[in-house]
Design a binder for this molecule. Structure first.
Ligand code: CMC
Length: 431
């Protein structure tokens, strides 16, 4: 492996150190480039920029590989469950039985929302988008737990385990309460039951009739949350790190991440997939006409749930979620016309030169919406589900930033292309 890279700018030569990751990933260390030469690297959207070293998740998009702390996603999907994987992602190791028990207890202890905080809901119109409410409510945790959110890394890290458990548990509860608020349903108290069952209870129980847990539903929910638990330096995770790098507390950083996740090119894609499948269904198309329109190249007709900024191969999560989709629908005895359309689209696209040549494969969002629908979770809540699932990844990344004593504030450069210097024109002389 080379130790240095040589950059030549006209007659000027600069030697830049080469870095290697634990899986052989290669990087050129450009930290001193500007100081030594006056140049910056231009990389719009940071698509080819490593903003940090991280020990949390390894993703090889060309080969469809995803591992958390070294463990392949396929093995975690088969043997683990969301809470255990959350622990692994946050703390770096699979928990011992004792650690797993304590973590579970901490999550249960902090599942409730204090009365004072419940009052915040009264100020939100029922029509407010779910992710907008969730982002504000999660930000407000910093106000309700000021001792855990001091904007001082040393102090905040001393109580990190508690803050992390509060964040994961309450994002789940707040997500369910957002749904109840939007539908004018009374708020319920959490029960002393496992994480996913509690979510289903908080969403679907009625005041005098508890939601009856169905093991297949709980298992599917567990799997789908686990599938979203972390995904390297995506838009919302980088946002967490960016905000956290200023010294901001965990809850403020998570609130910003939820805002980043809400966009249709990121977490909002699962909603866009369902809208696409529904419109294909409403137009009595089996997918053939839509595929043709998608190939004609307009962004408004993109095959949503296909393609990925990083994967140039099957998203391994899409394979697992696709399989789970079949199992859940069969076990629940449900059939969904949208699943048939999704399968047609997938088969047609995987044989089509347009998609093959551009290496466009299904991503995690292609099938996740159909599972959520089968579980009775409405489309308006899909991105909230993504946020609940992604919370461990955001938290682990915040911790990595906060624990790095040599870290610096995230502060990219830009290429200024605006007007050059000009003199102020008094109002009377304008127009
Ligand atoms: N349908 C049809 N054509 C597509 C699609 C698609 N879904 N995605 C990319 N292309 C075409 C695109 O038109 C371009 O063609 P050409 O070379 O002829 O101009 C080529 O493929 C490369 O596209 P790109 O926009 O440069 O690809 P990208 O890596 O910048 O974009 C993406 C990645 C995810 C934004 C894009 O594939 C997309 O819009 N997909 C649909 C939305 C979606 O499912 N997003 C969820 C991503 S996974 C969840 C998450 O991580 O948050």
């Amino acid at each position: 492996m080379p130790k240095n890279a040589l950059l030549k700018i006209d007659e000027m030569e600069v030697t830049l150190p080469v870095m290697t990751g634990s899986e052989g990933e290669k990087a050129v260390d450009a930290r001193k480039l500007r100081q030594d030469t006056g140049y910056i690297f231009y990389d719009q959207g940071y698509g080819n920029t490593g903003s940090c070293e991280s020990t949390i998740t390894y993703l090889d998009g060309d080969n469809g590989i995803l591992r958390h702390r070294g463990y392949p996603i396929e093995q975690l999907a088969e043997h683990s469950e969301f809470v255990e994987t959350a622990y692994l992602i946050i703390h770096g190791e699979l928990p011992t039985p004792e650690q797993r028990k304590n973590f579970g207890q901490l999550l249960r202890q902090h599942a409730h929302i204090e009365t004072q905080m419940q009052k915040l809901f009264e100020g939100f119109p029922k029509e407010a988008p779910a992710m907008v409410m969730l982002s504000s409510l999660v930000g407000s945790l910093a106000a309700f737990y000021p001792q855990l959110a001091t904007n001082n890394f040393e102090r905040d890290l001393q109580q990190f385990d508690l803050a992390a458990a509060i964040a994961i548990s309450k994002i789940r509860t707040l997500g369910a309460l957002v749904y109840r608020h939007k539908h004018g349903l009374p708020f319920l108290h959490p029960k002393d039951v496992p994480f996913c069952d509690n979510f289903l209870h908080l969403m679907f129980s009625e005041p005098y009739q508890d939601y009856a847990a169905i093991p297949e539903v709980t298992r599917a929910l567990n799997l789908i949350l686990l599938m979203h638990a972390d995904h390297e330096q995506n838009c919302s995770t980088s946002t967490t790190r960016m905000v956290g790098s200023s010294g901001a507390n965990l809850f403020s950083s998570l609130s910003a991440a939820i805002g980043a996740l809400s966009g249709p090119l990121h977490g909002g894609a699962n909603v866009a997939v369902m809208q696409m499948l529904q419109s294909i269904h409403d137009e009595h198309d089996d997918g053939t006409r839509f595929i043709q329109a998608a190939k004609d190249g307009t962004k408004s007709h993109r095959l949503m749930g296909f393609g990925h900024a990083v994967y140039r191969n099957f998203d391994p999560r899409a394979k697992l979620v696709g399989k789970a989709c079949d199992i859940v629908l069969t076990k629940l005895g449900k059939s969904d016309p949208l699943l048939a359309i999704a399968k047609n689209l997938e088969q047609a696209a995987l044989k089509d030169d347009y998609f093959i040549s551009r290496k466009l494969y299904p991503n995690v969002d292609f099938y996740s919406g159909i599972i959520f629908r089968a579980l009775g979770i409405p489309t308006e809540m899909f991105t909230v589900m993504f946020a609940i699932g992604r919370s461990p990844g955001w938290i682990a990344n915040w911790k990595e930033v906060a624990s790095n004593s040599k870290g610096r504030i995230y502060r990219p450069r830009q290429l200024y292309v605006g007007p050059v210097k000009r003199d102020y024109v008094p109002m009377a002389k304008r127009g």
